[in-house]
Design a protein around this ligand. Structure first.
Ligand code: FBP
Length: 553
């Protein structure tokens, strides 16, 4: 492998473990807490998970290790989108496993959950692992989005485990993957396979969090990377003083990423999808809100600014969701062929006009032509509009442009409005993990092995007290069923881990809300700069503003 000097230096970095895991394997014992209940729908979840429901929360502490001395053969998979620090989860798992018993074995199943089904694996050794310590990416074994959710798949996985003598599987994934980890754990228990399942909370989106899991890994590094770039753009913006930058950031439905970047960089505008939904804002209202900032700044001679747009925002605009729903219906089944056969956009437009309700047609009509066409051209394998591909940064800048033209005509606005567009997503998912993510991930992996060693099944590796120095972090495990409720998915009631959206009553949003009017009108940009790996702890080890504000409560 060709290595940069940073990569070589990062190989040597020793991730910090929680104080309670630093004593050496022989001195880590378990402190069992109270039995747990799911966050909602207790009777239904209990009935679905008769073998794994209601187990106790546990924490590790210093004391004689009383776990059974048996050889462990562990399999690990990475599931879903990349998130910085995934390699360190595997490194921590490997180090704890080998420190416990040199004869223990770690299998890495390749390409995500499908690797387990296809029995496609490698066996880790020191030389291989050492090339990936403290590095970004998921290339150590690859990842994938196949879902492990049917009994047929579970039976295959059980066979694969039996073939290799696997005693435990570690699933590194988001809310869906960890929901499936809980179902797999229940299957293994019900079928007396003797195989344990442990999950680790991953996703840059930050939407896998709850009263037990303070944050998913990767969120810290991804938001620091995006904030560096947003800060750089903001400084260019404040130097040239001639552009409004519309920056869309990844994060799927939740706006945690956008909000954290806003807290770090203090842009003029940051939309929060959850607020858009709560206030039932229309596209026109959102455009007016942004145009107000443009107008006020122009009145002060500042024809420039920065607006952050969360990836999922359009799904939260009620009238837009209705429009998407109607388009999906309009092109369902064979109707799509009739539409596609029309030779010109003009003819297609007439077809659309005849098929949509008056209200949806009014929404459709205000969209820029490029977005209108995107809604009809880029569709998923089920024929549905791919909302995540909609260039909402361009959509909002165009709608704001329309508003400003109208205001100019009315004589209320006399500024200039030149726009530039950016989408920040893949730039952050494989960055070198920050010290926080390097430490947190290594701890999650190390801790996952301790849960395996102590015989736990259906648990999420839990490391908490994360806004304190690592020495004060608390390591333990939480039954995944504790985080579950019943939700309607694809027409069926399903047990799932509750997805965390931005809470409008939460401290991060409240802080943002109390400052945003000033940020909208004045230039209050903050330039966070690049992630620092070496230097004082207050520069290098501090995690997100979101967590700091949440812990201030
Ligand atoms: P996960 O939920 O799997 O962690 O993925 C996060 C994410 O980066 C989202 O922010 C984004 O919408 C999506 O993945 C993009 O997916 P893909 O990598 O398949 O393009």
């Amino acid at each position: 492998m060709n290595n940069s000097s940073l990569q070589k230096a990062r190989y040597e970095y020793s991730p910090k473990l929680p104080g309670m895991l630093r004593h050496g394997i022989s001195e880590i014992c378990v402190n069992e807490g109270a039995e747990t209940q799911s966050v909602a729908d207790q009777d239904k979840i209990k009935a679905l998970f008769p073998n794994t429901y209601g187990k106790k929360e546990i924490t590790f502490q210093k004391g004689q290790n009383t776990s059974e001395a048996k050889k462990q053969v562990v399999g690990v998979i990475l599931s879903g989108g990349q998130a910085p620090g995934g390699h360190n989860v595997i490194c921590g798992l490997y180090d704890a496993l080998k420190a416990t018993n040199k004869a223990n074995v770690l299998y890495g199943f390749k390409g995500g959950p499908s690797g387990l089904i296809n029995d496609d694996y490698l066996i880790f050794d020191d030389e291989y692992i050492d090339q990936y310590r403290n590095t970004g990416g998921f290339d150590i074994i690859g990842s994938g989005r196949t879902k492990l959710e049917t009994n047929e798949q579970f039976a295959i996985v059980a066979e694969v485990c039996k073939k290799h003598g696997i005693t435990a599987i570690v699933i590194i994934g988001g809310d869906d993957s960890n929901t499936n980890a809980a179902v797999l754990a229940e299957y293994f228990a019900a079928h007396n396979t003797g195989v344990q399942v442990i999950g680790c909370p991953k996703t840059i989106d930050g939407d896998l969090k709850n009263e037990d899991i303070e944050c998913s890994f990767g969120f810290d590094t991804a938001t620091k990377t995006y904030s560096e770039l947003i800060g750089n753009i903001a400084r260019d913006c404040n130097s040239a003083k001639k552009y409004w930058h519309f920056i869309k950031v990844m994060g799927r439905s939740a706006s945690h990423v956008a909000l954290e970047c806003a807290l770090k960089t203090q842009p003029n505008i940051c939309l929060v999808s959850e607020e858009v939904a709560a206030k039932k804002m229309s596209l026109s209202e959102i455009a007016d809100y942004i145009a107000d900032s443009v107008e006020k700044r122009a009145a002060k001679g500042m024809n420039f600014g920065v607006a952050i747009i969360p990836e999922g925002v359009v799904e939260f605009v009620p009238e837009f969701s209705t429009l998407i729903h109607e388009i999906n219906e309009l092109l369902a089944g064979e109707k799509a062929d009739a539409f596609n056969a029309l030779p010109t956009w003009g003819e297609k437009y007439t077809f659309i006009e005849n098929g949509l309700t008056k209200e949806s047609m009014e929404v459709f009509a205000i969209l820029p032509v490029a977005i209108q066409q995107q809604l009809f051209l880029e569709r998923d394998p089920h024929g549905n509009v791919q909302v995540s591909l909609i260039e909402s940064e361009k959509l909002f800048s165009a709608l704001v442009g329309d508003k400003l033209r109208a205001r100019k005509a009315a004589g209320t606005y006399a500024g200039k409005f030149s726009t530039l567009h950016h989408f920040l997503g893949y730039e952050g998912r494989c960055a070198f993990p920050s010290n926080f993510d390097a430490d947190y991930c290594y701890s999650l992996g190390y801790n996952a092995f301790m849960l395996i060693q102590y015989g736990y099944n259906g648990y999420l590796s839990k490391v908490s007290n994360l806004s304190a120095p690592a020495s004060e972090w608390v390591a333990g495990g939480m039954p995944i069923t504790k985080m579950m409720n019943i939700e309607r998915r694809h027409g069926e009631d399903k047990p799932v881990i509750k997805k965390a959206l931005v809470e409008l009553e939460g401290a991060p949003f409240k802080y943002f809300e109390s400052h945003r009017d000033e940020w909208a009108e004045d230039t209050c940009f903050v330039y966070p700069g690049a992630i620092q790996y070496y230097g004082p702890a207050e520069v290098c080890d501090i995690t997100t503003v979101t967590l700091a504000l949440e812990h201030q409560k």
